[in-house]
Design a protein around this ligand. Structure first.
Ligand code: AN7
Length: 401
């Protein structure tokens, strides 16, 4: 059994409350379990397949979930890149290997299951792309309608294609993500749609399983976990899940939570560098990594706590650094990710060069979305295919001349 608890004033709400913020003080909510009453047997867990639902006692869903078999994503050692950076214990958790190609599926299997559990009949979100693709797929699986609001012209092609093909009502707002999020929050309030942005505390419950899987795959606690930060939900979620593993006595320390943003959209980095309690939004966020083109992250309060409480840090990387790392991951490791995802590993490169990261640390980078999400950015960086006449001489001349 769980309760919804305000992270600031501690106000406590019934599990079936349709709420996204504390009614008393307006701060964010978190799902809280009575861990003592859960009776989790680690051996029973370990015998289950590695998917998100291995951890179902730590999730709020009571019946059969709406699932597309998410989670259980690969944890790759980055051998070649690690050698280049002087980091012998560097890993990437490839969340692009989820059903719709991003970590959002972990949030949506739980979020859409909860929508049904709470008796909601339609769902909505604003999105820089991946959330909309995932919500559209899970709403289709659940058989309920979905409305998604996108910043017009600023969403990668693969993500729009997915949202459209899965049958969501796709609306492009002539403004940025932050404005679209404001609008969808109003819409959900006035018209009773269920809001599935990461302000929804159940979404984060699904996403926290990234950290739990890392513990099970690595057989140890990494010294550092590095995540790209947009709306700051994922880094908060992973921190929360690992905190529950501590409370259950499964681990005895937390990794240093490290958030990476793009140079043109770095309100969390500024808040960490300047020691601010409240974040100053970036008015006009801009980056090639459109997934994290977010100026006013709604989960900032949780993320700042996650970073500070674990002795982690935040850093920003330029678009050039992001694209260079996207290429390196693809060409040196065979791992295809979208630009926002490469930001986490680009951040590691920067932090190791500046001496913040120690070379003997065990580091897990979360790479959040698949290469195919943003084919246009990929094509723009690569030489086009070499077109030839259909004869052997032409083939040999382009290969060997
Ligand atoms: C690939 O889809 O916000 O810090 O609306 O798609 O938890 O927001 C996407 C975010 C990182 C940032 N990597 O995660 C959306 C959206 C990828 C992403 C993030 C996103 P959060």
């Amino acid at each position: 059994m769980y309760r919804l608890v305000c992270i600031s004033c501690g106000a406590d709400y019934a599990p079936d409350a349709i709420l996204y913020r504390c009614e008393r003080c307006g701060h964010l909510l978190a799902v809280t379990y009575d861990l003592d009453s859960l009776h989790i047997d680690r051996a029973v867990w370990n015998a289950r397949p590695l998917t998100l639902w291995r951890y179902r006692e730590l999730l709020p869903v009571s019946g059969d979930p709406v699932t597309l078999q998410e989670g259980g994503t690969p944890l790759y050692p980055l051998t070649r890149l690690g050698e280049e950076l002087g980091l012998p214990h560097l890993y990437a958790k490839h969340e692009g290997m989820n059903p719709s190609g991003s970590f959002k599926d972990r949030g949506m299997t739980v979020g859409v299951s909860m929508a049904l559990q709470l008796g909601m009949t339609s769902v909505a979100c604003a999105s820089t792309g991946n959330t909309s693709a995932s919500l559209a797929a899970y709403a289709a699986k659940a058989g309920i309608p979905a409305v998604v609001l996108l910043p017009a012209g600023k969403v990668a092609l693969g993500k729009v294609a997915q949202a459209l093909m899965h049958g969501a009502k796709v609306i492009a707002v002539r403004d940025n993500f932050d404005k679209a999020l404001e609008m969808v929050q109003e819409l959900c309030k006035s018209h009773g749609l269920y809001l599935l942005n990461s302000i929804n505390p159940f979404r984060l419950e699904g996403q926290k399983t990234i950290g739990l899987e890392v513990i099970d795959q690595l057989g140890d606690v990494p010294d550092r976990m590095v995540l790209p930060v947009g709306n700051a939900g994922n880094i908060s979620a992973v921190h929360k899940g690992l905190g529950e593993f501590i409370d259950l006595g499964f681990i005895d320390r937390l990794p240093m939570m490290t958030g990476i943003q793009a140079e043109g959209s770095r309100p969390v980095v500024d808040a960490i560098e300047q020691g601010l309690c409240e974040l100053v939004p970036t008015e006009h966020p801009e980056t090639i990594a459109t997934a994290i083109r977010i100026g006013a992250p709604v989960n900032a309060e949780k993320a700042l706590t996650a970073i500070r409480a674990t002795g982690g840090t935040a850093a920003s990387v330029t678009d050039e650094e992001i694209l260079a790392m996207q290429r390196d991951l693809a060409r040196k490791e065979g791992i295809g990710v979208e630009p926002a995802s490469a930001a986490s590993v680009a951040g590691v490169r920067k932090l190791v060069e500046s001496g913040v990261i120690d070379r003997d640390e065990t580091i897990v980078c979360v790479v959040t979305g698949h290469l195919l999400k943003d084919p246009e950015t990929v094509i723009r960086q690569c030489e086009p295919p070499i077109e030839i006449d259909a004869d052997a001489a032409s083939l040999l001349s382009v290969l060997y001349s």
